[in-house]
Write a protein that binds this ligand. Structure first.
Ligand SMILES: C[S@@+](CC[C@H](N)C(=O)[O-])C[C@H]1O[C@@H](n2cnc3c(N)ncnc32)[C@H](O)[C@@H]1O
Length: 240
């Protein structure tokens, strides 16, 4: 009998931001295949005999290739296992969950998606920043900040022209490029910016500034990945 793969969102980091459904799936899993940003404390919900497989990816190091992860998930499910594929935040927000789901379905494997609280919203909220606010922004846009490295350039003219809040994920290595492109395409240099590292975790840190100053602020505070970059009026609401 074939098993089931649950693509489960682990939430932004704090274990109590896990959904009840996600906790249920972790508790019942035979195998948990998890990513680098997943808080290891969540594995404590698993059965003691559940197998735990770390396929963590760090920005410069890809220990397990995506194809191998896909094959691993399919193989485990075909062995009849209940598999939890645990991903930070929401599995369908820059989590390659869509690719894994498509692959598994093509292999005839049953797959379900358990949404998670994405860091793109919960991260700013953790430091008092709402992604929308009637005084500042009537939309928000979640953008992969590292896109250039993958060979495509973002449509900066379009992005800089949007009135809504911009939330960049995976953008810390490209902070200078992001700021320069926004300003070059007309975003005022005094637009508020906040950077939040390890949001909702015990080691959470954040700094605020403007497009003009944020690189200096980030350097001075020594912030790095994983972090969110929030651009727009709402970033001025960052808790002091
Ligand atoms: C591959 S993406 C995965 C996003 C995830 N699926 C989500 O919905 O939050 C990884 C990026 O998410 C952001 N991120 C995830 N968790 C974070 C946290 N607790 N604090 C700050 N940034 C976080 C960082 O920008 C990181 O580089």
């Amino acid at each position: 009998m074939s098993g089931l793969v649950s693509l489960v969102g682990a939430g932004p980091g704090s274990p109590d931001l896990l959904t009840l459904r996600a906790r249920d799936r972790i508790e019942r899993a035979d195998v948990i295949v998890y990513d680098r940003l997943v808080n290891p404390e969540l594995l404590d919900f698993a059965r003691p005999d559940a197998q735990r497989i770390d396929v963590g990816k760090s920005p410069h190091h890809h220990p397990v290739k995506q194809r191998e992860i896909n094959d691993l998930l399919a193989r485990l499910a075909k062995d009849g296992k209940r598999v939890v594929r645990l991903k930070s935040g929401d599995p369908f927000v820059f989590g390659r969950g869509g690719e894994e789901r498509a692959y598994l379905r093509a292999q005839g494997v049953e797959v379900e998606v358990v949404p998670g609280i994405t860091s793109a919203i919960a991260g700013p909220a953790a430091v008092g920043i709402p992604v929308t606010h009637r005084d500042f922004a009537s939309s928000f846009h979640v953008i992969a900040g590292h896109r250039k490295r993958e060979g495509h350039e973002l449509d900066w003219a379009n992005i800089a022209g949007m009135e809504g809040t911009l939330v960049f994920l995976m953008g810390m290595e490209s902070l200078g490029r992001i700021v320069a492109n926004l300003v070059a395409n007309g975003k005022p240099a005094d637009t508020p910016v906040a950077v939040i590292q390890w949001a909702t975790r015990e080691n959470q840190r954040a700094v605020g500034g403007t497009l003009e100053t944020i690189e200096r602020e980030v350097d001075a505070a020594g912030l790095g990945a994983p972090a969110l970059i929030v651009v727009g009026g709402v970033a001025s609401l960052l808790d002091a």
